[in-house]
Each structure stands twice: as C-alpha cells, then as structure tokens.
Design a protein around this ligand. Sequence first.
Ligand code: AMP
Length: 475
Amino acid sequence: MRGGTMKIGPRPSFALPFDRMPEECGVFGIYNHAEASRLAYLGIHQLQHRGQESAGIVTTDGKRFYTHVAMGLVADVFNRPLLDDMKGRTAIGHVRYGTSGVSSLVNAQPIVVTTSRGPMALAHNGNLTNALLLRRQLEKEGSIFQTSSDSEVILHLVAKSSARDLGAALKEAFSQVEGAYSIVLLTPKTLFVARDPWGVRPLHIGRLNGSFVVASETCAFDIINARLVREVKPGEIVAIDGQGIRPIAQLSSTRLAHCIFEFVYFSRPDSRIFGRSVYEVRRELGRQLARESPVKADVVVAVPDSSSCAAVGYAERSGLPLELGLIRSHYVGRTFIEPKQAIRDFGARMKYSAVADAVRGKRIVLVDDSIVRGTTSRKLVRMLRRVGVKEIHLRISSPPILGPCFYGIDTPETKELIAARLSVEKIREYLRADSLKYLSLGGMLKATKMNPGDFCTACFTARYPIPLRTNGTIK
Ligand code: AMP
C-alpha cells in the first residue's frame, strides 16, 4: 500500500490553522520548453494583478526540482542568474495575495513536498470551502501540517491515497475537496492541471510550438506568443507528459458557478475568460449602466485602471465625452513614507491624482467598478471637489457588495462592507456624491451574454452556491 507520509520542503516558520483564507492568486505552467523558467517568469509577471504579495516558480529537469519562492513582486523576486539556474523544460509558477496573518512566506506557493509517490509541487488559485473540516480529519489520522494554506490539504489527501497511480490519487483527492480550485501540479515527469467542477476560477490551455502552456488568464499566453487552445473544463483533470495531453478524470457538480467578479474587476481586460472577452463584457457593463442610470452631465470619468472599460461603455452609450479626469500612479508601493504633518487622504492621493484642467467646473459621471468599504470613492469625491468639479454622479458597474467571498477573492468581512450596513441613499450621503447608482444584478448578468444561472454572484447576493463547511456544519 502506498502513501501515508509526506515531507514538505523547507519552510521558514509555522502558522496558525486557517479559518477563512482571503486570497487571490494566479497560476501558470509550461511543459517542454528549452526556456521554461524564463517563460514561467513572463507568465506570472502577466498575472501580477492577481496577487502581489508572493511569487514562486518550480522547474524540473525530469529528475529533481529547482524552486524559488519569496515575498514580493515577480520582478523583485526573480533575476536572470536565478532563472538561469532553474533547470529543466517544465515549470509551474504562482502569484499570491493573502491578507495579514496568513500572508507570510510559509503560505507562499508553489508548495513543494516529498511523498512516497515522489516529489510534487502545487500551485492553487481559489479557496477550498471544506478545507478546515478535512484538515481536522487528516490531523486526527496523524497528518502534520506545515502551512495554514488550504492547498496543503490536497497534497495530504494525495499522499495518503492508496490509489494505484498518481492520476487516480488526484481524482480521489479532488473528489473530496469542495470550493474553488484552478491548479497546476508538477511531478518530475508530468504536469497535471485541475479545475473545480463549478468552474469558479478561470484556467486555460495553450500551445507554443511543441510546448503546452497553462494559465489562469490568456494574457499570460500573449506575452510568450502562445496560442489559446481551450479552457480546462470545469471538473476536468488533465495530464500533460511525453505522450501529449490527455484528460484523466472528469468530476461533476449540479451547476456551474463562474465568478462574476472576474469580469467586474479581477481579470485583465486583454484576457478571455469563461469563453468571453473581459474587455467586451466590461464595456457592456458600462453600456448597461448608462441604459439603467442615465444622468445630465458634461463628461464621463473613469476610476483608473479597473473601471476604464466600463467608463468607455458608459460614454459610448450616453453620448458623453470621456475625459481623463483621474490618473493613477503605477509606482505606489505597499507602504508610503508619509510626512509627519498628516496630509488628508494621503493614501488615495499617492495612488490617484485629479487632472484639474479636465474636470474643473464640470458635472461629471464618475464610473467605478465596485464599492467595497467606500474608502476610495469618498476620498476621490473629496479630491475632485477640491479641484472645482461642479457635480459628481457616481455610477458603479456592479451591484452593491453584500457578502464576503469564500472562493478566492479578497473581500473583507460583512461588517466592513458598506452596502451590507447602509442603504444606497445613506452610502451616497457618506460619499458626499450628488447621486449614486449601482448596476442591477440582472443588468450585470445580461452584460455577460452568458447563461445567468452559470455564475456565482455571492458577493452581490450573499447566496453561496458551494456549501461553506467549517466544522462539519454548513455556515
Ligand atoms: P473601497 O475603497 O474599499 O470601497 O474599494 C473599492 C475600490 O477597490 C474600487 O476602486 C475597486 O476597483 C477596488 N477593488 C474592488 N475589489 C477589490 C479587491 N478584491 N481587491 C482590491 N481592490 C478591489
């Protein structure tokens, strides 16, 4: 009988068991390329928007792994000599953003382990909803966890499985986990790819001449001239090795639950996800917003960069000119050096600047993709008033956010979500906008031009399509 033991690679410290793990991630994989480490670097660099706290790459030459995982941005974590030392024709990569207590290096990925089936490296985008329950069971049976990451549960399940081969062990493990996962898993000979049966997070397969590539978003293919072949199907487990690419298992669920927030905010507009162009959907969100909530104004202004596409759509449909009334600095670090004499809205002012000459004396439609705590909008309204904007009509290209995400988008707890506490009118008062309108749920779903029942809209409805199990009970 196989399994039972698992040794994890060197880890800097222990962390507490997880509860909810708010995290956002991007994954990448490449099979059979002479420059695997460099292409993995470019791939995760393109996915940087999906996670800015840690970055990691594992390569293999068919015998051993070469690993580099560290806290920081992709460009800061890697350099040329380091990548050149990472040998082999196959690689996986990961970018991650987790919050506070759970964001340390101990949880950075890929996770590298040694099991009785050999070494494995895993990179995961998403969040498992029954991870805590499974972890408690595994710990009772003797498993010793080294991280507080839900992803480690998968590796323990695989390590303990008595299935005849690794493919069968993966199927067994994935049949036990619930929630969101888009995963690349590396062994010395095979690159495995898996996506949860609800299809929550995107995952794609591409070709680059004789190589196979895998990425959360297709923008990671474009930079290396890879061609999109298809999505990994919801519930599909795929093996890529010397024999080519082949599906090895298909898990089922009663419904699909694609994350609508990927279209609203998270994915890059030059990507295709769930079979649709993010740019097209986002622009249609803006058009729909203009249809639902027109207003007498002089210009449309986007909150850059995430709402630029929606603002294009709003301007197009309303016939109002689009002005670059706000610009965003791309050089803001995580911590600012603030002068001792406090400056009001300092954080927002480091990030955004009003272009006074574009908006002074005007009535503006300020388009943003979402309001979470209300902090950004309140500061932007104040900033725009300060430069002499006459009226500010805030238009949001998604509905009010009512619940946290348990499937892999970093949102705060319900009590911090402004729309979970206040009515739209009260929010408008708090933001000091002249008017405030959100896109309707139906309007948002219509803009995708996909089957509305195939989406998870939990952040807007607080109705969770995948059960949230913590201690065996459903939350
Ligand atoms: P807030 O200031 O808390 O209301 O956040 C709203 C702003 O954050 C909007 O401009 C959004 O584009 C952006 N945003 C929305 N969701 C997220 C997220 N999960 N992570 C980071 N920023 C976000």
